[in-house]
Design a protein around this ligand. Sequence first.
Ligand code: ATP
Ligand code: MG
Length: 257
Amino acid sequence: MDGDDRDINLTEVNFSRGMLAGLEQRVLLDAFSGYVSAVEGVVNDGKEATVYRCRPREEVCGTYLAAKMYRARKFRAFGNDARYVDPRRVRDRRLAKAIRQRSRKGRGVSHRMWIDHEWQVLNLLYDSGASVPKPYARCNEGILMELIGDGARAAPMLVHVALTPDEAQITLRAVLRDIEILLECGLVHGDLSAFNILYEKGKSTIIDLPQAVEVDSVADAWTLFHRDLDNLFNYFRRQGMVLDTLDTASRLWSRFR
Ligand SMILES: Nc1ncnc2c1ncn2[C@@H]1O[C@H](COP(=O)(O)OP(=O)(O)OP(=O)(O)O)[C@@H](O)[C@H]1O
Ligand SMILES: [Mg+2]
């Protein structure tokens, strides 16, 4: 690969995490070299991952890409890994024990399974017609997807958007349709709120899927589902809507479960 067109634009990147961010971008450029020609900046530095705005190679697509790079294990607080990567679902008994006891090997496996899980859920939902970013590629450290926004500018989180009554109605209907698709796929998002929905030109997009749970494999799926809906409704209540979480949650749950 020609090194010249894989430049890192250092001036635009937020280097609050200094060397680590530089390393992360090199990993990104290496892993996604077939898709990305340059890293142009940081979209968001989240709790568990940093999302970078990337310029795509011309032959890949005409829109910007977002690379969600999970923080190296030791710089991240995955206190609840065990909840999402259930050791009971790992066939190898020694590996299951390592994950349960959070040994170094166990944390490594857990890290990859976490990214793998987000990748698989994103693909399943995209293929099922849900409004999620188009997935492009994955590597051991993260995933590459469509950048939701307007050109190089990433879309705001819904929580930062004030909607008119009409927009609120339309947006809630669209998000509920996506929640139905999740249920049809046997999934509950697990961390749904107006923080994990992006909003651009009247369209909502659900993001941040690593903690999605399979309804049939966790005992508290209903509780998570109800909490998701309540967090979502709290935003729409602030937009002036009157909503009954239990009523809607029960109706959707009984239709699809
Ligand atoms: N495909 C995308 N297009 C545009 N912006 C995105 C995209 N994916 C993520 N972002 C931005 O990056 C932020 C962090 O992404 P995400 O929520 O998936 O990761 P996270 O580590 O769980 O972050 P947090 O802990 O802050 O929720 C999002 O809130 C959003 O602003
Ligand atoms: Mg998030």
